[in-house]
Design a protein around this ligand. Structure first.
Ligand code: GLC
Length: 511
């Protein structure tokens, strides 16, 4: 029997960093009503689903990834009623809704942690008597030691900021709490979850000292990727499967190998995990080909992603660090077209459809990412990819907030040229290109093969086919001749039918 493809398998999902998408209330911070007002924009863009970063009650020590109440909306973002309205309106627009869930740690303001500090229920977190020195040498992902002291002198573990104490997943109470949180949001109609730090949760018994090079956020180590975590996702899968309507989960899994990634998407675990391999690859045909081959060999439900709220925007990465480079933008558009041609689903990050670059010159006093403060300004942190979107007009707040309000991060003057309003009517804009590419992908949906076939291609270019579609990308410095085809379906830049310019990709139709 041929089963119908579940929606998520080839969906295009748009990440909304809620604080920076659209502010309806006028406090300079994005909110749920702002998203509701922009749903027509998203459906016109042509995405299938939205993923909302955390909007739960939070003191915002890490932009909301420090959750104080997993079952409520922070007043900064709205109310539960606003959330319900958002879900039903999104569904009416044909958009699925994925929400973030943060199981590795809570906020220090969570009721459980406040109780723990009073000596009540400490076993829900990772406390250690210790002495004068921290119990082991683990470092926080955000710089500095991974241990802080509670007022009575005990140490507690936080793999991120001190305001984000790690849960103790060896305590069954933590399991039942999260199963209940999943049901809370599933009952409200969400279509799926994005699991924050999905390879975290368990720490090796005995909390052994670990060489610094093995402590990196992505390494297999006593800190990350413990085998016990898979049992958690098996139980979560049972809950998801007990609801109608193809509810799904995608894990944030940083790892060096596609085989590791595959462990999280075994048939009884998560539906998807983020595949950060392309995002981490340099601009190179050889590197891209290896990423595709390794991924497709290991994972049956592949995903692709170029940018998110934690990394330097890809236009800037591909432009060798220069914020406004023509080369970076051309490469970004080409990479998007290549990824949209691959089997699986694609995750877009808000603003990439406008070709937004990283904002590299935010003043130190504006920076809010804890990475900046904890590294004593040595690391810029992630604010540069989180600057509020420019919607319209010729000056801040560019329609992000009502006029007169100041966005929580300053927007560059160069963004006058990049607003949705300016780009929507310009057929050569990056926004028009994204709309056209997503339309072209929809038109091909269901007609392409599951795998890719490589064609011979000149050095530093890649040609692959999926049935009648041939995708070509040129990462080199000279134009390359196109393979035989009937017509060009779409190009990331103008393509004349014979030669593919450098830093360009195209989709060709062949019969
Ligand atoms: C994830 C999030 C990131 C957050 C961290 C801690 O990596 O994407 O933004 O800071 O987890 O929750």
């Amino acid at each position: 029997m041929h089963m119908e493809t579940p929606w998520w398998r080839d969906a295009v999902v748009y990440e909304i960093y809620v604080r920076s998408f659209a502010d309806a209330s006028g406090d300079g911070v994005g909110d749920l009503t702002g998203i509701r007002q922009r749903l027509p924009y998203l459906s016109e863009l042509g995405v299938d689903a939205i993923w909302l970063t955390p909007f739960y009650r939070s003191p915002m020590a890490d932009g909301g990834y420090d959750v104080a109440d997993y079952r409520d909306v922070d007043p900064l973002f709205g109310t539960l009623a606003d959330f319900d309205a958002l879900v039903s309106e999104a569904h009416a627009h044909g958009l699925r809704v994925i929400v973030d869930i943060v199981p590795n740690h809570s906020s220090a303001e969570h009721e459980w942690f406040k109780a723990a500090l009073r000596g009540d229920g400490r076993e829900r977190y990772i406390f250690h008597d210790g002495g004068e020195l921290p119990p082991n040498n683990w470092q926080s992902t955000f710089s500095g030691p991974a241990w802080s002291r509670s007022p009575d002198g005990k140490w507690y573990l936080h793999l991120f900021a001190p305001e984000q104490p790690d849960f103790n997943w060896r305590n069954p109470e933590v399991h039942s709490e999260f199963l209940d949180v999943l049901r809370f949001w599933l009952d409200r109609g969400v279509d799926g979850f994005r699991i924050d730090v999905a390879m975290g949760l368990y720490k090796a018994e005995g909390l052994p000292d670990t060489p610094p090079e093995d402590q990196a956020f992505k390494a297999e180590s006593p800190i990350w990727g413990r085998p016990e975590v898979h049992e958690v996702y098996r139980r979560w899968r049972e809950v998801l499967d007990s609801y109608p309507g193809e509810r799904m989960a995608i894990g944030e899994v940083w790892t060096d190998s596609a085989e590791d990634l595959a462990l999280y998407v075994r048939p009884d675990e998560l539906h998807q995990s983020f595949n950060f391999a392309w995002l981490e690859a340099p601009w190179s045909a050889t590197a891209f080909r290896k990423v595709v081959d390794d991924t497709l060999a290991a994972v049956t439900s592949p995903t692709w992603v170029l940018s998110n709220h934690d990394v330097v925007r890809h236009v800037t990465r591909y432009g060798e660090g220069l914020p406004h480079s023509t080369k970076g933008l051309a490469r970004g558009r080409a990479a998007l077209l290549a990824m949209l041609a691959l089997p699986g689903s694609a995750y877009l990050y808000q603003g990439e459809e406008l070709g937004l670059p990283e904002v590299t010159n935010l003043p130190p006093e504006a920076r809010q990412d804890p990475i900046f403060a904890r590294s004593l300004g040595k690391l810029p942190g992630r604010d540069g990819c989180r600057v509020p979107l420019p919607w319209s007009g010729a000056a801040e707040p560019y329609g992000f907030s009502p006029d007169g309000a100041r966005p929580w991060l300053p927007q560059p003057v160069e963004w006058t040229a990049l607003t949705v309003e300016r780009q929507a009517g310009d057929p050569g804009s990056t926004l028009s290109f994204y709309r056209e590419a997503l339309r072209a992908r929809r038109a091909l949906r269901g007609s392409l093969s599951d795998g890719v076939t490589w064609l011979d291609s000149p050095e530093e270019s890649l040609f692959f086919t999926r049935g009648s579609l041939t995708c070509v990308i040129n990462c080199g410095v000279a134009p390359v001749p196109l393979p035989p085809h009937d017509r060009v379906l779409i190009g990331s830049a103008p393509v004349d039918g014979h030669l593919l310019p450098p830093d360009t990709a195209a989709w060709l139709h062949t019969s």
